[in-house]
Design a protein. Structure first.
Length: 617
């Protein structure tokens, strides 16, 4: 008998649904990919429909629906926080209470109402809603980190903004059990501290933190002491307390207050205005403080537990620079990071909590992991794709796989930028060869071309390499697998280029156009790269493409960035991919085995009235 459990995360940011069958992860996707609203927080109706349709089942087949946190505990935190700061924060309190009294306080009823809509959309007969249960926020993170991991036993470290009360928590996972060790509670939060600097430097909170991380290598960490002397007290074991008087996230709409601005001598940067050395130095400083805390926490946990493996989850676990430092320090024998570490991944964690707590089944450990490469979303056949292309009269060429990979290797070598739409869509924030834009890493112009003409984003943003798994140590100073692009490693010294005396005097964005290695498109200014290793077992087509490029050029690495433009989610369907292709200066679009050349396409009407919405079977 099949026991299906559905996990949900919604109403805050990055709504998602995940489906497991007898403990096996079989489908997971964010709502934003369907709604096309980045970080969509609404009820994940489309994500749920995909999960159910992917298995040909209905809600009546679901044993339990698990929500990723306990709303009443979050409400308790909000009330205590606002009352403790009254009368300050009154305006934001009124706004927050309007939302809570309208829907969040009665979330169980709201979820049931929306699940009944799912029944209606599927044309199902009237039936009772499956059991609706609630996990805890950090337990969902811990479950998402440990249960899919390749470890029988592990320390689990969860770090994010805030759950119900916890902001940082440690757990021990053993077999099918997860037990708590300790937690740090709101308002003392490493995630919110990092987000405060994200806000102060002019980026959007909950989405711009990775921009701050990418900006950090351009600056010098000259504000570390100022941060540690004023904003945060870090203990030897990595635990910490913030001086909350510098912040406003606990009682207002903004992250930082006047005292914070006075400390650093200016008001927050407004978005799209100039980024200067001040912002780069701030980014470098908070990044270094974050790394110090993560390393101290890890060392203390290893000493305290003696356990050799570490699992990471929560938004801070997406800080791949800090993850890379953890790896280099060799505090733990092995590290595994949940690729969907944010709240979207908590939908999966909630489902896994439901399975192991309600069915008491023994856990089967996969020696690689149980995430199936994160390829857990929608996929489209060649027949579906050609039907769509014929419908819109888009010229295309169909190739068998051997010819396709050879052709694309040649086009990459010529400097072409290619949209690569392949197999199931990835779950989580990273494109991993399912919905990617790819290029030649040896091409010095590739970074600026991709940033400015394809992605329409800030020029300083680095690109990641995808490298054949067995070749990683020939390209980077690491021997570990990194299938989810969550580890930063130095580029191999033999491939790096030394700076001249004059080049060493450059600072900030001036450094951008100086090639640092023979792979300039993926080498950041500090000689590092965010590495994805590609396995034949996990993504055979992507592996074969990179291998064809290696056979052609001798280089086992390509540039990989997510298939989207700035401000939009990663593409999901062939329609999304074609629109993105036509809006940008991409040269070639590959939809499974179909190749489209930009110069052969019909004139693109910006209002898109010429292209009707077309439902795929």
């Amino acid at each position: 008998m099949s026991n299906y459990i559905l996990g949900l995360s919604c109403y805050y940011h990055d709504s998602a649904a995940a489906l497991i069958k007898n403990g096996e992860i079989i489908a997971a996707v964010q709502e934003e990919r369907f709604s096309r609203k980045k970080h969509d927080s609404r009820f994940p109706q489309n994500a749920i429909l995909f999960c159910l349709k992917s298995q040909g089942i209905n809600l009546k087949d679901i044993k339990k629906v698990i929500y990723y946190e306990k709303p009443l505990l979050t409400f308790e935190r909000l009330l205590e926080t606002y009352l403790g700061n009254a009368p300050r924060g009154g305006r934001s309190f009124v706004v927050a209470m309007q939302v809570w009294l309208k829907e969040k306080l009665f979330l169980k009823n709201e979820l049931k109402k929306n699940l009944k809509k799912i029944q209606d959309l599927l044309g199902a007969e009237t039936l009772d809603i499956p059991d609706l249960l609630f996990s805890e926020h950090h337990l969902s993170h811990a479950a998402a980190a440990f249960y899919p991991s390749p470890f029988k036993e592990s320390v689990i470290l969860c770090m994010d903004g805030v759950g119900e009360w916890a902001t940082t928590s440690a757990w021990i996972g053993k077999g099918k059990n997860i037990n708590p060790l300790w937690e740090i509670s709101f308002p003392h939060s490493l995630g919110l501290l990092y987000s405060a600097f994200t806000y102060y430097c002019g980026f959007k909170v909950n989405s711009g933190e990775y921009k701050l991380m990418g900006l950090a290598p351009y600056g010098d960490p000259i504000y570390v002491d100022k941060i540690k002397d004023n904003l945060i007290d870090i203990k030897d074991d990595g635990t910490f307390r913030l001086d909350i008087s510098y912040f406003k996230y606990h009682r207002g709409f903004r992250m930082t207050g006047r005292k914070f601005h006075k400390l650093f001598g200016r008001k927050p940067r407004k978005g799209e205005t100039e980024l200067n050395k001040f912002h780069m130095d701030l980014a470098a400083s908070i990044q270094k403080v974050t790394e110090e805390i993560v390393l101290k926490l890890a060392k203390a946990l290893r000493q305290e537990t003696g356990i050799k493996n570490l699992c990471l989850a929560g938004g801070v676990a997406l800080n791949c620079v800090a993850n890379g430092k953890l790896l280099q320090e060799k505090i733990f024998d092995d590290i595994w990071i949940q690729p969907a570490s944010g709240d979207a991944g908590s939908a999966l964690g909630a489902a896994l909590v439901g399975w192991y707590q309600n069915y008491a089944k023994e856990r089967i450990v996969n020696m690689n992991d149980s995430m199936r490469g994160t390829y857990l979303g929608p996929e489209f056949s060649n027949d579906e794709i050609t039907k769509y292309l014929n419908h819109i009269n888009a010229p295309y060429h169909t190739h068998n796989e051997a010819d396709l990979f050879q052709l694309l290797a040649e086009e990459l070598e010529k400097g072409k930028v290619i949209g690569w739409f392949n197999g199931p869509m990835e779950f989580g924030p990273r494109a991993l060869g399912g919905r990617s834009i790819i290029g030649d890493p040896r091409n010095q112009k590739m970074q600026s071309v991709m940033n400015l003409k394809i992605k329409f984003r800030e020029s300083f943003r680095p690109f990641a390499p995808s490298v054949l798994e067995e070749e990683v140590s020939s390209q980077f100073e690491m021997n570990n697998k990194s299938p989810y692009m969550l580890l930063v490693a130095p580029v191999k010294k033999e491939l790096c280029t030394k700076m001249t005396g004059e080049q060493d005097k450059l600072f900030g964005i001036e450094k951008l156009n100086i090639p640092r290695s023979t792979l300039p498109a993926i080498t950041h200014v500090d000689y590092t790269a965010r590495v994805q290793t590609v396995s034949l077992a996990t993504n055979p087509r992507y592996y074969k493409l990179i291998n064809a490029f290696k056979q052609k050029t001798g280089c086992p690495t390509i540039v990989n960035t997510s298939f989207n433009v700035r401000g939009e989610p990663i593409v999901c369907t062939p329609q999304d991919a074609y629109r993105c292709f036509m809006r940008t200066e991409m040269d070639i679009l590959v939809l499974q085995n179909q190749v489209l050349y930009k110069n052969e396409q019909p004139k693109f009407e910006k209002d898109e009235t010429w292209m009707q919405e077309f439902e795929l079977d």
